[in-house]
Design a protein around this ligand. Structure first.
Ligand code: UDP
Ligand code: MG
Length: 319
């Protein structure tokens, strides 16, 4: 561990961020200047922008910024692979080129000043993974806040250990990065994987700001599919739930059977039964569909994993 004068890489996934990037680059380069002047990080610390197959002029912007300050480096993925894969591409590219890496979004919603606190935890407390945790989400809309909190609680109830209000803003030591590189899964959910790495961890809290420019690339549909990915990649509990539901239905079924047989033997009225039949057909039908859907979700995961495709392809780089 080089805690004396560590080389810091700040990894920034960028998807259609032509508006935010120049502002972000300015803020972060100024932060690097300050940190190296204070002797916190080495002079050759740098920013690494990962262009995640943007459809706007993000890569051009990166090239221009690189020409004015070579401490801003970039790689460009061959196509849009999503935030998690873009982040991984950046972290893996920085493995041989840094002592510590911090990942941060391009919109500066996560307060960059917290990086100073993270580096201090690394230097003074020898923490190898430092999680950035939001102390407040006032700048998010109530809807975003409520759905995000709903997902955290749901995920935890499903047996996925994530850190509450921690997104992908964190510091990792070179050793932690090397351990991360050994996880070969396709269905990436870094927030779930990183607590599994072990090593000494610490937490830094910060207030979350509104986006500096542009709009969110995470609509509800993406958040929902991200959350489902998280659960099905890490826990088999949904399958256990199906089994338990089936078991309770069996118990109810026995009671109903006793009642039906009792009525048949001891009363002479014929029950038309249309309503109850329709209800149970629909209810069981939907239950079976849900069950098949959940099983399908896992089979889909196996399908993707066995293909073992590369998770990203780097098309261009400015390093
Ligand atoms: N991002 C990415 N690929 C995508 C979607 C998003 O690299 O397919 C990046 C985006 O440029 C930003 C970060 O991921 O730096 C987080 O996205 P955003 O701020 O839009 O999400 P939110 O903060 O609204 O959840
Ligand atoms: Mg954002």
């Amino acid at each position: 561990m080089n805690t004396e004068n560590p080389r810091l890489a700040i990894v920034i996934p960028c998807y259609n961020e032509e508006q935010a990037l120049p502002i972000t680059a300015n803020v972060l380069l100024e932060l690097l200047d300050r940190m190296s002047a204070d002797g916190l990080v080495s002079d050759d610390s740098y920013l690494l922008c990962v262009n995640d197959g943007s459809r706007d002029a993000t890569w051009n912007t990166i090239e221009k910024l690189h020409a004015t300050d070579p401490r801003l480096k970039g790689i460009s993925l061959a196509h849009n692979r999503g935030h998690q894969n873009a982040l991984l591409a950046g972290l893996m590219t920085s493995i041989d080129r840094c002592d510590i890496a911090v990942s941060i979004d391009a919109d500066l919603q996560d307060d960059p000043e917290a990086i100073i606190g993270m580096v201090k935890k690394y230097r003074d407390e020898k923490a190898e993974i430092v999680f950035g945790v939001r102390s407040s989400r006032e700048s998010d809309t109530w809807f975003k806040r409520a759905t995000a909190h709903g997902f955290y609680s749901f995920q935890n109830s499903m047996g996925l250990e994530t850190i509450y209000d921690h997104a992908d803003y964190r510091l990792m030591s070179n050793r932690a990065l090397k351990l991360l590189s050994e996880y070969g899964e396709q269905n990436l959910f870094l927030r779930g994987i990183i607590p599994l790495i072990g090593l000494k961890t610490a937490i830094v809290t910060y207030a979350r700001n509104p986006r500096v420019a542009g709009e969110s690339k995470y609509p509800l549909s993406k958040m929902l599919s991200f959350s489902i990915d998280g659960i099905t990649s890490f826990s088999a509990r949904p399958m256990r739930w199906i089994f338990m539901t089936g078991l309770s239905f069996l118990v109810i079924d026995i009671i109903v059977a006793l009642y039906v047989l009792g009525s048949y033997c001891f009363t002479s009225t014929v029950v038309p039964g249309w309503t109850s039949l329709m209800l149970s057909v629909w209810f069981l039908g939907s239950l079976i569909l849900i069950a098949i859907g959940i099983v399908g979700e896992y089979i889909g995961k196996i399908f993707i994993e066995v293909k073992n495709r590369p998770r990203y392809a780097i098309e261009k780089s400015l390093l």
